[in-house]
Design a protein around this ligand. Sequence first.
Ligand code: I3S
Length: 169
Amino acid sequence: CPSSPKLPSTPSEKCGVLNVTKITEHGKKVRKNWASTWTVLQGSSLLFAKGQGSGTSWSYCRNGSFPEILLSLLSNWKRSIKPQPAVSYTRCRYARAPSFGGNQTKPEFSVDLRGGSVEWASKEKSSKKHVIELKTRAGTDLLIQSEIESVVSDWFRALSETINTHAWE
Ligand code: I3S
């Protein structure tokens, strides 16, 4: 897992891409806004960075730096996908696993798991499959989901263990 510059000595215990939405913020119900979210479990905190995926993607690259790839993707799209032969492109694979230490210096939001709880969300909470409901002491409640059941089960276990470990703090 990529580590956070804010917590350089703390290795992250678990990370991955999950679908996440807040359902309650400071005790008040909020409208769902499901987003694919890079999620990192670090100590008793769960950190989120929206809009970032993991793994690798194919792209047309010039020098391989991420902003250049984005620019080249944009210009390629404008030129109807195929890159122009005048510029030399190579098809390359680049890592999409983001790091809070990369261009994103801090997580978009985070929750403190101490005093929180996790349970499998009821059908009333979401029509999706494999949904965890995470309630925090601060009154920010989240739904966490993946289409892959084993992924969600692993997160359920990790979150439960973390909450139990930090129960008395
Ligand atoms: O619990 P809800 O409000 O029925 O959740 C659904 C809505 O948030 C919906 O958005 P709009 O109300 O803006 O159309 C989402 O698109 C759905 O994904 C939400 O339901 P699920 O069951 O997917 O959590």
